[in-house]
Design a binder for this molecule. Sequence first.
Ligand code: MG
Ligand code: MG
Length: 265
Amino acid sequence: MIFLKTDDEIELLRQSNLLVGKTLAEVAKVIRPGVTTRYLDKLAEEFIRDHGAIPTFKGYPNPYGGPFPGTLCTSVNEQVVHGIPNDIPLQDGDIVSVDCGTLLNGFCGDSAYTFCVGEVEPEKLALLKTTKEALYKGIESAVHGKRIGDIGYAVQQHCEANSYGVVREFVGHGIGKKMHEDPQVPNYGRRGTGILLKSGMCIAIEPMITMGRREVVMESDNWTIRTKDRSCAAHFEHTIAIRAGKADILSSFEYIEEVLGDKAI
Ligand code: MG
Ligand code: MG
């Protein structure tokens, strides 16, 4: 069941998503070699709660094991998504996807950004750049009257044209009062296929792109997803509202990129 949101509901979704962007900017301020993802997680949780919101990932149930223990998903290098914050210091040259979710005034925020730690090699920078571009190409296709397959097609074409792998097992999703609603939003697809996009639909688009093959496996912690071939992966995510002509991006990278300055991808 797909819930179309009213304009008022979309404004509430925007507020929750802007808080996610501001939380990720707090992460951006401190991310450097030697910092642990557990530290980033603690900082994010405090920031979210200080703003009257709830971190939605914390305690999220898992069909394979225990609930998610963190506020952030922190996925380093070959980890794609759902990495658990831990005490391993980030190293110079790492890339780390930081995914964050909030519940504010009854509505969910969900956005992710892949950060560079210190000096990162050009191949990894190119992966990040292409993944972020693919997200915006997906958003360009996410307009009233198009279909869900148009979004996946746009993402897939851009990434595969650059010889990257597009993860199939994990997808974007509808978002609203719940973090994961219908429909599923794959990062691959055929033009003109799938459900019709309508103004007021709110979805999270989140390409998960690999430098090597697209296959992924789950680690023994029952959460962390990594590439099977251990090639690096990147992940960027925006929550958007479908509109006629142009999507309304409800989350924001502006706060993050203000902090990153000329280091922004
Ligand atoms: Mg997310
Ligand atoms: Mg998501």
